[in-house]
Design a protein around this ligand. Structure first.
Ligand SMILES: Cc1ncc(C[n+]2csc(CCOP(=O)(O)OP(=O)(O)O)c2C)c(N)n1
Ligand SMILES: [Mg+2]
Length: 277
């Protein structure tokens, strides 16, 4: 079965989002070969050009409000931990409007994957600067060049608790597919920043010659942070991964609230048991 939907694709020709969609579909196919079921994949997205991936890939999920994609994904995961939850965000959606939601999902080590489409701009709303816009970049809201220091998404996410942190590139489908497979297989909060040009604002040439591959994985969080801080912003690879207890297991062990839902009386009984002095 294909992933096609009936939605008309309105991404600009040449947009990096096409590469992200292809790599994601490849990753799902690869994971299906490893035994994961298509119906257990659930996607969510925020609002923006990136978010339209929700309309263009035939999987179940929630198309949420701007910046709320991670909290929707968290809700799905803790309701039914058996699902593979993947959420898509833009740089504006996830590190601007939705910054707190992104950080808290990482802090909790929710067992889900966040794919952050980094085009360095609010593309859908036609070119305002974002949390990741490079200094000096000129657009309609920054006609004299952006003068704020962008976040370093990689070191930020390592710092706040993501247990798998990587950067990849929409122009390297093989690298992105492989990174997506590893991120989805990782138990815990996995974060992939994906570099992607948005056609009205960037050119592929700005990326092609600058992409560098990370040559080694780090052995500790401190080392990963050091590498992430010093790396060129076009360095791609897995910066950090660690095994850490995931949120839903800390919260209620192996319980699956959807599959093992309790009656009201049983719930009250359990609550009273906990509250007993
Ligand atoms: C609460 C709220 N604020 C603002 C908007 C307007 N808005 C829609 S998309 C967007 C920016 C999207 O930028 P980004 O997340 O980087 O996605 P891209 O379009 O670049 O893929 C904004 C500000 C909105 N829909 N809701
Ligand atoms: Mg953007």
């Amino acid at each position: 079965m294909g992933f096609e939907t009936n939605a008309e694709i309105t991404w600009c020709p040449g947009c990096g989002n096409y590469g992200i969609r292809t790599a994601f579909q490849n990753a799902v196919l690869e994971l299906e070969k490893k035994g994961l079921k298509r119906e257990d994949f659930i996607i969510s997205s925020g609002i923006g050009c990136h978010a339209k991936i929700f309309d263009y890939v035939n999987l179940s999920g929630i198309y949420g409000l701007h910046g709320r994609n991670s909290s929707n994904a968290e809700g799905v995961k803790i309701a039914n931990p058996d699902l593979n939850v993947i959420t898509f965000s833009g740089d504006g959606n996830g590190l601007g409007e939705g910054l707190a939601h992104t950080i808290y999902a990482a802090k909790r080590n929710q067992d889900m994957t966040l794919v952050l489409h980094n085009n360095g701009v609010y593309a859908l709303t036609t070119g305002q600067f974002s949390s990741l816009t490079a200094p000096g970049w000129k657009g309609p809201s920054t006609p004299r060049g952006s003068f704020e220091i962008p976040f370093n998404a990689i070191s930020l996410l390592i710092e706040v608790g993501a247990s798998f942190v990587a950067r990849s590139y929409a122009g390297d489908i093989k690298h992105l597919t492989g990174t997506l497979v590893k991120a989805i297989e990782h138990k815990g909060f996995s974060f992939i920043e994906v570099l992607q040009p948005a056609m009205p604002y960037h050119k592929w040439e700005e990326y092609k010659d600058k992409i560098e591959y990370l040559d080694r994985e780090s052995n500790s969080k401190e080392e990963a942070l050091k590498i992430a801080r010093n790396a060129h912003r076009f360095t791609i690879g897995i910066f950090y991964q660690e095994p850490r207890e995931v949120y839903h297991e800390s919260l209620y062990g192996s319980l699956n609230p959807v599959k093992e839902s309790l009656s009201r009386n049983k719930r009250l009984e359990k609550i009273n048991e906990i509250l007993k002095p």
